[in-house]
Design a protein around this ligand. Structure first.
Ligand code: ATP
Ligand code: MG
Length: 492
């Protein structure tokens, strides 16, 4: 790298930017990596503000300008920025005060401090207060860009660890497999909508791949480097939901010893995936509606409004329209969520995808378990195609896992390795015909009794092992646990 040419900070920087025009060894187009990154530049010197602003825009940053600390605070509260590039010495409110006022409210905001010559001690103090970095005037724009890149990279790592899959999901980032017309349509819908901020409602039976579609949307969107935060609305006890979604201020209640960011804030600049949305309790539906409409929220115990720049994805395996009609789900919220629905067809309607899915799932399971890859025989594949898979791909995955274990050292899976279910004629009903008496039935009570009977039977066969019972019932473990919690209310 060539020696940086010291510049006097003001006019010379402007001239210098124009003369040099670009990064050494980095073509201008590389600035596109900064597209969608929003910088608030706080600088009281009008000329420097304008020339630095222009230089940053040339690198594709979205730049907003503020000429003093108060204007900076006002803008930060009204918008969502990635980086605050602030002069240390500002009229009115200093850079340090701006940093202190924004630190707790916007912990994800990267603060880079610009200091004058001889201000290093102050800069180091600013880093102790939470600034990501500092840069001393005069500087070259490549120096500044390197520091911004470094700070963005550090934030990406933080975000990455935040979006790590929760135990309920398997952490796969595979593409959606399937060439059936139904899956082609799903993939077409994903690519139509991925690059936008449009809210997407993902619909489909249990185990069809709703979470995978959510990941595909996020991973193909401009937000792919920001967090994808998944919230399983069915797995959070309703009394903890508000705290989970909105977080709390320090001291908001007796146990709140620390400030805690809610899921919406964790997802800021990225995507939030609200799984099993039909389980959202009525009192929170109104709050979610407000987030969808206003793109802002408040922490529990807080009075400040936090701006949110998030993309919302939601999924359900229930008929939300029916829930709206029965009054269990707010109609206005339904319309806000149902902007761009994607329906994933059940596996029984796209059995032609099985020859593609099965080898992929075998490879996935064998790699995960560290065992040599197994193949499937044609006879076993025929059995898989004959069966209807009410639990869809998750059930298929579980059946293959069991078959792999039963096959032992054998390299090929035989029909006998597959669960007995696969050999049963597809339409065998699990329960006898039901008669409805003239006076009618209590639908919800009967359904919940049937659910209870199934869970009890599942646990009995699994000898009380909940993970095994969840596999048998083709439920996620967390879903089974939540159902059990509901069935056995804790004694008060
Ligand atoms: N098209 C596909 N290609 C490859 N794997 C898939 C596909 N669809 C689903 N899977 C796999 O099937 C399993 C279930 O998928 P996923 O968790 O996305 O389903 P879901 O619809 O969210 O289920 P639930 O309603 O139970 O939450 C996952 O392991 C996923 O990786
Ligand atoms: Mg799911």
């Amino acid at each position: 790298m060539r020696d940086p040419v010291p510049l006097s900070p003001h006019k010379t920087l402007d001239t210098h930017l124009k003369l040099k025009g670009d990064f050494v060894g980095k073509p201008m187009s590389q600035g596109s990596q900064f597209k969608d990154q929003r910088i608030l530049l706080v600088e009281d010197d009008a000329e420097l503000r304008s020339s630095l602003g222009t230089a940053l825009r040339e690198f594709s940053f979205e730049v907003d300008l503020a000429e003093d600390g108060l204007e900076a605070i006002r803008k930060i509260k009204q918008s969502v920025y990635d980086i605050l590039l602030t002069d240390l010495r500002l009229p009115g409110l200093s850079g340090e005060e701006v940093l202190c006022q924004t630190r707790e409210l916007y912990p994800d905001l990267i603060v880079i401090v610009v200091t004058g010559y001889g201000d290093v001690r102050n800069a180091v103090n600013m880093m102790k207060l939470g600034a990501a970095d500092y840069i001393q005037k005069p500087f070259l724009k490549e120096e500044l860009l390197l520091r911004i890149e470094k700070a963005l990279e550090e934030r990406r790592w933080r975000w990455h660890s935040r979006s790590l899959p929760q135990p309920s999901s398997n952490g796969e980032f595979v593409d959606l497999l399937g060439e059936s017309p139904g899956m082609q349509q799903v993939k077409a819908r994903v690519s139509q909508v991925a690059s936008l901020r449009t809210t997407v409602l993902i619909l489909g039976e249990t185990g069809v791949g709703k979470e995978l579609v959510a990941r595909a949307i996020h991973n193909n969107s401009p937000r792919k480097d920001a967090p994808l935060v998944t919230v399983n609305c069915g797995a959070i006890p309703s009394n903890l939901m508000e705290d989970e979604f909105f977080g709390h201020e320090k001291g908001a209640f007796t146990d709140a010893q620390q400030l805690r960011l809610g899921r919406f804030e964790q997802a800021n600049r990225g995507t939030i995936f609200l799984d099993e949305i039909s389980n959202m309790p009525p009192e929170l539906q109104g709050k979610l509606l407000r987030v969808l409409q206003e793109r802002e929220c408040q922490r529990v115990g807080g009075s400040q409004t936090i701006r949110l720049d998030i993309r919302i994805l939601a999924a359900t395996n229930t008929n939300l329209e029916e829930r709206v009609q029965s009054g269990a789900f707010r109609e206005d919220l339904f319309y806000r969520l149902n902007v761009f629905p994607i329906w994933i067809p059940p596996l029984r309607e796209r059995k032609e995808d099985l020859p593609l899915l099965v080898p992929h799932l075998l490879q996935k399971i064998c790699a995960r378990e560290g065992i040599p890859l197994k193949q499937i025989t044609q006879e076993a594949m025929k059995d898989l195609i004959r069966y209807d898979w009410p639990g869809n791909i998750r059930q298929l995955e579980n059946a293959l896992e069991m078959a792999i274990i039963l096959a032992g050292e054998r390299e090929y899976l035989l029909p006998g390795d597959l669960p007995a279910l696969c050999h049963r004629p597809a339409e065998t009903p699990l329960f006898p015909n039901i008669g409805i008496p003239p006076e009618g039935v209590d639908f919800h009570r009967l359904v919940s009794e049937f659910e209870k009977a199934l869970i009890t039977e599942g646990l009995k066969i699994a000898q009380g092992k909940r993970s095994k019972a969840a596999t048998l019932l083709n439920l996620k473990r967390t879903t089974l646990l939540e159902k059990l919690r509901r069935l056995q209310p804790t004694p008060s």
